[in-house]
Design a protein around this ligand. Structure first.
Ligand SMILES: Cc1ncc(COP(=O)(O)O)c(C=O)c1O
Length: 438
């Protein structure tokens, strides 16, 4: 198989003699016959490898590092269990993500609760479960966490999310470290300093550290370097004044390969930049080295997952273009419609055939913008062929909806030639389970 394709498919993918794509030892044509389409397939060994790679690249350079899986990328009990097995902590942003973590007895100490507007009940549930840390985003939240911790007679560990005023140069809808963002306490406006000083006066809060997240996906090293150095410089007087910073997190946002044209940096390159910036600036200001928390989401699961769709209607507009309609679309992957995200497209049952046509791959939802790939070079497709979008493991299913009342796809995990359903396909009954019929 061509290396450009191998780089965006789950690790160890193959093509068999019939031209079928094999992932985790399973033939995708057989999987789609068995489980139906649209279908999300996760390769277990790719998730395990990415978890190990992150741990290795960071701890080899900075032993006091901890990797937290940002579960918003895709959360499911099986994925949460893999995180536990690989010693990853977890970043959650809702009571729902907490409930899934709790369903597999995720160690409470390893849970970090982020988000810019946690509700009273979410904070209550998290304190009750004993989550290790909250990452507070506003004065409103600081007061709420302090009050609920006090009601439970607890001293709750928290970190504060800062907005360092650094542009990660990613899509405007996923940039989060600049001044004009809903996330975090701005250094520039003085809120960050005020928030740190304020938390230090709260009796039921233990301020362990500082967090920021620049956005996602970030292909450049410079934003991490600038943000870490800038934040440590800002923190220096506060630390000298008694703030005991034990944790430091530059967030996640590490890029993955979606297309042949744009390859992501190696994880080691991110680790090198982050560790160097942190170590050098702590040395420069003579600050004790904190624990380094890193929060990859996309980069743990994106490559592991693929989406399989079946081709239905085909429409040709002579002299203009050919539309290939598939049985999923923006309901299971909103990223192209929301962020203009690009994906490669392959035909899982025709991998040995020449690419002779340029087509537009569209979904089945009643929206003109329901386009999965606006221009894809494919072999001649027929109804019934299987279209695969590689690198679909992050922010596809996790952002999915029931728009047009389509049931969400099934999700299967593959490993060593075996497949296991980790989320069954939704049914019409599922679609109506919250509706009242009186
Ligand atoms: C606070 C925080 N940490 C980590 C992440 C994970 O980002 P990514 O999936 O790009 O690694 C996000 C994504 O939105 C985030 O908001």
């Amino acid at each position: 198989m061509e290396s450009k394709l191998l780089n965006i498919l789950p690790m160890n993918s193959e093509i068999n003699s019939d031209g079928h794509l094999i992932v985790g030892g399973c033939d995708l044509v057989e999987l789609s016959e068995k489980h139906g389409t649209p279908l999300y397939v996760y390769d277990e060994s790719t998730i395990r490898s990415m978890a190990e790679l992150f741990t290795k690249e960071f701890t080899e350079r900075y032993s006091n590092s901890r990797i937290l899986y940002a579960s918003k990328a895709y959360m499911n009990p099986s994925i949460a269990k893999l995180s536990i097995e690989h010693g990853l902590g977890i970043d959650i942003v809702s009571g729902g993500e907490l409930a899934v973590a709790a369903s597999v007895d995720f160690p409470a100490d390893d849970i970090f609760f982020h988000g810019n507007n946690k509700s009273h009940s979410e904070v209550y549930e998290a304190i009750d479960y004993g989550v290790g840390q909250f990452v507070a985003d506003s004065f409103y939240e600081i007061d709420m966490i302090n009050e609920l911790a006090s009601n439970s007679n607890k001293v709750q560990k928290i970190m504060l999310r800062l907005s360092p005023g650094i542009d990660g140069h990613t899509h405007k809808k996923t940039t989060t470290g600049i001044l004009d963002t809903k996330f975090g306490f701005s250094i520039e406006t003085g809120d960050a300093r005020k928030a740190i000083e304020y938390v230090l006066t709260c009796e039921n809060l233990d301020l362990t550290g500082i967090h920021f997240h620049l956005g996602s996906p970030i292909f450049e090293m410079e934003p991490y370097d600038l943000a870490i150095r800038g934040v440590i410089e800002f923190l220096n007087p506060l630390i000298k004044n008694g703030f005991n910073m034990r944790d430091f997190s530059p967030g996640g946002g590490f890029a993955v390969g979606y297309t042949y044209e744009k390859s992501p940096p190696e994880i080691g390159e991110y680790a090198e930049t982050i560790v160097k910036a942190l170590t050098e600036s702590c040395e420069e200001f003579d600050i004790p080295s904190p624990r380094l928390l890193v929060e990859p989401g996309r980069s743990i699961v994106a490559r592991a997952g693929i989406a399989i769709y079946k081709v239905g209607a085909i429409k040709e507009i002579p002299g203009l273009r050919k539309y290939i309609s598939v049985d999923g679309g923006m309901g299971d992957n909103i990223r192209p419609a929301l962020y203009d995200s690009q994906y490669e497209v392959i035909v899982a049952n025709k991998l040995n055939e020449k690419h002779t046509e340029e087509v537009r791959v569209v979904g089945k939802y009643c929206e003109t913008g329901d386009i999965l790939a606006s221009s894809a070079d494919l072999p001649v497709c027929d109804s019934g062929d299987l279209i695969v979008l590689p690198a679909s493991g992050a922010y596809g299913m996790s952002m999915s909806s029931n728009y047009n009342l389509n049931p969400r796809p099934a999700v299967v995990m593959v490993s060593d030639g075996k497949s296991k359903v980790i989320r069954r396909r939704e049914t019409y009954t599922d679609l109506m389970r919250c509706d009242e019929f009186e």
